[in-house]
Design a protein around this ligand. Structure first.
Ligand code: GDP
Length: 526
């Protein structure tokens, strides 16, 4: 194998999908601990304790004045090099979160076992379906009084429409959480509480029928044996093909806080999750193993610090190799650009990393010329597909304090929407400007950037819009009738695409019923 093939084969690029508070941040810490990126697991975001992850990303963050620290984390595990892409959860949730899921090869779904399947997870799973991304599941918080694991797995199967295949099975829960049984290796791994900040020495008992198990966990041993009969009868066996097709998910149980089970999950991820996959362009399919460089931009990180206008465009490398100072073609504008100072994310050793391979993410400094969805190549005129806009879920009317600045406002909003920061809609029926987002922080970012970058003072007003759909129809006559009848609810987005702006979901459903030949899309390709 050439060096490049080896590099591709060992990469695993994934993201975590979960509902806020399920434990994503805690798992990220532990994952980094296993990756040896951090000596002891500190706090990644420092959102509660005020601490920060102890790493020299901090310096980079200070240098650049932006928070790219946790956007991409690269670390070695087993024989692999793992890229973990952050998917912001709470306030900073945005369309970028959705698009990040188009840049990974697999996802880890984290479920709070006390709660089961929650809203945000349902939405994020919907997005992974666009590419049938393989999903690994971690049932978290087993050190609490959780729900019946079988019931929670049933919920995953029925709500998320994915088959569950438990790789490990929990023994007890809450204060009585004893550990897990690995169905594939026939081993019990014992849990030791109070060791969440270290990599625990593994205490393993081989064989579920071992008398040692009864000696160590008492009556829980027989309970386990009984339960396993039920589980093995009722659950799906692991099947690699079905996993890779996104139809079946291996399930692991544990507690991120207690740092138990996260390593089992990482073992599964590195063993089964796919290496960097081929990607479709408008011309052809691009294989990760190809020598020629290619990649696409899936996220642009806005900088909230007014002293730094610089923004970082995150590119997923799809093929070939990035080396410092190389030239690449930015296909949309037809220009060759020399990239000398891309940000790379090798844990703990950023200074020495001057190359990156398919599956890796690099950050490009962007002064406004890069847009979401931009393709970069070694010269080939092609464009990666599958990096969509997502129908916003929150809408506000934006209004100027100074009415004379209408032109600047429009220009600013359209540029910001091209960059992917927010979406803008202009109704056909009036002169409103409607801003649409999936996360509330996007609204703040837009007003802030309008002021600092376009010198426009804008404020928001509430507006009763529930959702938006991009509309298409092959038949011109039907479309003309639709456009006339639905005129009051139609708008143009930032790229002049026709959009139906629905005041309520009921209205949307009725309109869809009334116009069966018109297609209402929840996503739109760049
Ligand atoms: P995020 O919002 O998904 O990033 O969730 P966090 O990782 O910030 O966790 C939310 C809360 O749950 C925090 O108070 C964590 O300490 C707690 N938590 C996370 N994992 C566990 C766990 O395995 N057991 C218990 N008891 N608490 C946990």
């Amino acid at each position: 194998m050439t060096i490049q093939l080896q590099e591709v084969a060992k990469r695993r690029t994934f993201a975590i999908i979960s509902h806020p508070d399920a434990g994503k941040t805690t798992i990220t810490e532990k994952v980094l601990l296993f990756g040896q990126a951090l000596q002891t697991a500190g706090t990644v975001k420092g959102k509660k304790s005020g601490q920060h992850a102890k790493s020299d990303w901090m310096e980079m963050e200070k240098d650049r004045g932006i928070s790219i620290t946790t956007s991409v984390m690269q670390f070695p595990y087993a024989d692999c090099l793992v890229n973990l892409l952050d998917t912001p959860g709470h306030e900073d949730f945005s369309e970028d979160t959705y698009r990040t899921l188009t840049a990974v090869d697999s996802c880890l779904m984290v479920i709070d076992t006390a709660k089961g399947v929650e809203d945000r997870t349902i939405k994020l799973m919907e997005v992974t379906r666009l590419r049938d991304t393989p999903i690994i599941t971690f049932m978290n918080k087993m050190d609490r009084d959780v729900r019946d694991p079988i019931e929670v797995m049933d919920e995953v199967e029925s709500i998320l429409k994915i088959k569950c295949s438990p790789v490990t099975w929990p023994i007890g829960m809450g204060k009585e959480f004893k550990g897990v049984y690995n169905l594939l290796t026939d081993e019990v791994v014992l849990y030791q509480s109070g060791q969440g900040h270290t990599i625990q020495e593994k205490r393993i008992i081989k064989g579920v029928d071992s008398p040692e198990l009864d000696a160590v966990i008492g009556t829980y041993a027989d309970d386990l044996r009984e339960e396993l009969e039920l589980v093995q009868g009722a659950c799906h066996e692991f099947n690699l093909e079905e996993f890779l097709a996104g139809e079946l998910t291996p399930v692991y149980f544990g507690t991120a806080l207690g740092n138990f089970g996260v390593d089992h999950m990482l073992d599964g991820l590195t063993k089964w999750a796919p290496k960097p996959q081929s990607r479709q362009t408008d011309l052809r399919e691009v294989k990760a193993e190809e020598e020629k460089f290619s990649g696409f931009v899936f996220k642009i990180q806005a900088n909230m610090d007014p002293k730094h206008r610089d923004r970082i465009a995150f590119m997923r490398i799809c093929s070939g190799k990035y080396t410092k100072g190389m030239k690449m073609r930015q296909v949309r504008i037809g220009k060759d650009v020399k990239i000398a100072d891309a940000v790379t994310f090798m844990a703990g050793d950023r200074a020495n990393v001057e190359e990156a391979f398919a599956g890796d993410i690099i950050g490009l400094h962007n002064h406004g010329s890069i847009q979401i969805g931009d393709t970069f190549t070694a010269g080939e005129e092609m464009k990666f597909s599958g990096i969509p806009n997502f129908a916003p879920e929150m809408f506000r009317r934006i209004r100027l304090r100074d009415p004379l600045k209408a032109k600047q406002l429009q220009k600013g909003l359209i540029q910001l929407s091209e960059e992917g920061a927010v979406q803008v809609f202009r109704p056909l029926a009036n002169n409103d400007m409607i801003v649409g987002a999936v996360g509330v922080l996007q609204f703040e970012v837009v007003v802030h950037r309008l002021k600092t970058e376009y010198n426009v003072d804008a404020i928001y007003e509430p507006i009763s819009v529930a959702t938006a759909r991009w509309v298409y129809c092959n038949d011109e006559k039907t479309m003309a009738t639709f456009e006339r009848k639905a005129h009051d609810n139609l708008a143009l987005d930032g790229g002049n695409n026709l959009t139906y702006i629905a005041p309520t979901m009921v209205n949307l459903n009725l309109t869809q019923e009334r116009y069966p030949d018109v297609k209402f899309h929840k996503t739109r390709e760049h």
